[in-house]
Write a protein that binds this ligand. Structure first.
Ligand code: PLP
Length: 397
């Protein structure tokens, strides 16, 4: 019934886990969800006011497909302040979430038979977007011992004359790893031999970094790549606006024009009210972002500390985003009620069904043996979830 292209696309495991958690809650179960990737904060008050004002002023019509001039100017100023690169308005496209920017870029750049390099572990949607564009995923296997950042000599193993796209996020979902200036420099050096490769730098978590770590932007380290780099960002994570679906891409005119074509042929403009909200978020006071970040930093510490008390679990402290990606492989050989646990997927199932904690199995991110736990939830929920997690592990023989 459906297209051949769709056959290779897997349903999102994060969405599936969230849906199951919601269903169990509806059945009256007490479930703590650590599976979603969104801030538990409301939109900032001035953003809320901007939406109400826009609605009252009748800003409920189509806008230019690529976004209002007002918002694209605000993005241009914000990007200049944050990254130090000045993009002209035609070099910016506003999309329904950062996700749509990534998707449009894949559609605009990839042909059948092209290769797209994706570091593994990856955000669940990257490979599916590549496959939906008819291209082939080439995984760059990262190692926990390196803090999940690439080595200089990793690149020659994955880049080929067929590589068209390299997409990555730093900070990463699911590991929270922030790639250092040296890691980005090495990547840029490797790309010199592959001038056809366009880099999609997914910067959606770049405001959420901890412990004094700075998140360098690729174009600060390798400005020579500007002619073939698309920077992708949005309001979802930094401004707690996930449901408002507002992201953007900035890059070379030709690529952005291509992404606009995809958007014109599919969704047209992002929501007019969300665009008004984004202007307020980007131009307004930034203090709420910082207080949210400080909360996340405390929660990160708490979750890692509690996880490390569980025997058999190895948890690194992530530098950014709001996920911990512990190694639970040592536990998978144990038994639950006489049956071997075996896989991270089964472990996540036991955690949810028997102990009421929703997490996402590492397999969904290309890495069996790990789990992704989000700390974008209250301290009380984190304590409750970690208590249940510890009881679950203790119940495995
Ligand atoms: C790495 C990464 N990129 C992009 C997105 C999507 O952002 P948006 O909600 O703005 O589409 C997410 C959301 O989980 C993400 O984790």
């Amino acid at each position: 019934m459906t297209s051949r292209r769709l056959e290779s696309v897997k349903p999102s495991a994060t969405m599936a886990m969230t849906a199951r958690a919601i269903q169990l809650r509806r059945e009256g179960r007490d479930i703590i969800s650590l599976s979603v990737g969104e801030p538990d904060f409301p939109v900032f008050p001035h953003v809320e006011q901007a939406i109400v004002d826009a609605l009252r002023k009748g800003q409920t019509k189509y806008t230019t497909s690529s976004g209002t001039a007002e918002l694209r100017e605000a993005i241009s100023d914000w990007m200049f302040a944050q990254v130090g690169v000045r993009y002209a308005v035609p070099q910016i496209v506003v999309t329904s979430g950062a996700k749509q920017s990534l998707y449009n870029a894949c559609q605009a750049l990839l042909d059948e038979g092209d290769e797209a390099v994706i570091p593994n572990p990856y955000w669940v949607s990257y490979p599916e977007m590549v496959r939906l564009a008819g291209a082939k995923v080439v995984e760059l296997m990262l190692r926990p011992a390196d803090g999940w950042a690439p080595h200089a000599d990793d690149w020659e193993r994955v880049l080929t004359p067929r590589t068209r796209v390299l997409m990555f996020s730093s900070p990463s979902n699911p590991t929270g790893a922030v790639w250092s200036a040296q890691a980005l420099e090495a990547m840029a050096r490797a790309l010199e031999k592959f001038p056809k490769v366009v880099v999609l730098s997914d910067d959606i978590y770049d405001k959420l970094v901890y412990g004094g770590v700075k998140c360098p932007n690729l174009l600060q380290i390798a400005p020579q790549l500007a002619s073939r780099t698309v920077l992708i960002n949005g309001c979802s994570k930094a401004y707690a606006m996930t449901g408002l679906r507002l992201g953007w891409a900035c890059g070379p005119l030709e690529i952005i024009a291509g992404m606009n074509k995809v958007q014109d042929a599919s969704t047209s403009n992002a929501s007019s009210l969300s665009q008004a909200a984004a202007v307020a978020a980007l131009r307004g006071p930034q203090e709420p972002l910082e207080s949210m970040r400080v909360q996340f930093e405390k929660r990160r510490h708490l979750m890692v500390e509690l996880l490390r008390r569980v025997p058999g679990v190895e948890a690194h402290e992530p530098d950014g985003a709001y996920y911990v990606f512990p190694d639970v492989s040592k536990i998978l050989g144990r038994k639950y009620r006489g049956e071997p646990v075996g896989t991270d997927t089964r472990f996540a199932e036991i955690l949810l069904e028997e102990f009421g904690v929703a997490v996402v199995q590492g397999t969904a991110f290309g890495r069996p043996g790990f789990l992704r736990l989000s700390f974008a939830t209250s301290e009380q929920q984190i304590r409750g979830a970690m208590d249940r997690f510890a009881r679950c592990v203790a119940a495995l023989a």
